[in-house]
Design a protein around this ligand. Sequence first.
Ligand code: ZN
Length: 294
Amino acid sequence: MPSEPKDAARRELLGGIEAGGTKFICAVGRHPGDLDIAEIPTTSPVETLRRVVEFFQARPAVAAIGIASFGPVDLHPASATFGYITSTPKAAWRNFDLAGAIRRALSLPVAFDTDVNAAALAEFRWGAAQGLDTFLYVTVGTGIGGAAMVNGRLLHGRTHPEMGHIRVPHDLASDPFPGNCPYHGDCLEGLAAAPAIQARWGQAPHLLPAQHPAWDLEAHYLALGVVNWISTLSPERIILGGGVMLREEVLGGVRAKVAALLNGYIDAPDIVPPALGSRAGVLGAIALAGLAIR
Ligand code: ZN
């Protein structure tokens, strides 16, 4: 924390870092309408962090930094490796102390969470989950990640949920694709993330036409995931985002199939797109920074 009163008085902005596998998005501001933002390509940890630190050193009004990180990450406060990126396939970043490196370089309070949890927090503050205290935010893109806010708090438990890696029924007769999760084969992510769509159909998802059977199958698998999450966590709303969900035919299909699968036993909650789009992650990092100094 800044120690001198005159220093504290001018530190009135929040810093956010969305740490991704291909780029780091850095921003300074307080809400969606006033972001000073820059994108830095993800290269080596030393080079990437040098540029991130330079960005914030040039903006001395920042009072705290929030980090929304790709992962998996260690979020257990009592762990010796809290704030580390842990088992990522990106070898140079494996077991890297991201939160510690930023804290030491900038001497500011640092809050740290997953990119998905941070995006959920941003949707709660400024987007599609305002006024709710129990909802899910799920992103379907290169992987499937889910965040749960339960009774007003993001669910962490031991670390963070891994909603994409649940098992769903897989009829090998109608869908012989074996799944491509390196850990589980045909978990939900292995059947329904963008790389699975590409591997199953031999074509990038964005090139598949709207009437292609890929989209009905995609909605089928996502609906199976959604009904499991509804049954377990009783969300008031489910926000479905990520690159795959930009295909309009998927969201409508998921809604219809969720209602069919629930079969009148309970009502389905609203299933909606995110309101903050590609800025949700870095805005979530800003929201995290606010929690660090509350
Ligand atoms: Zn898996």
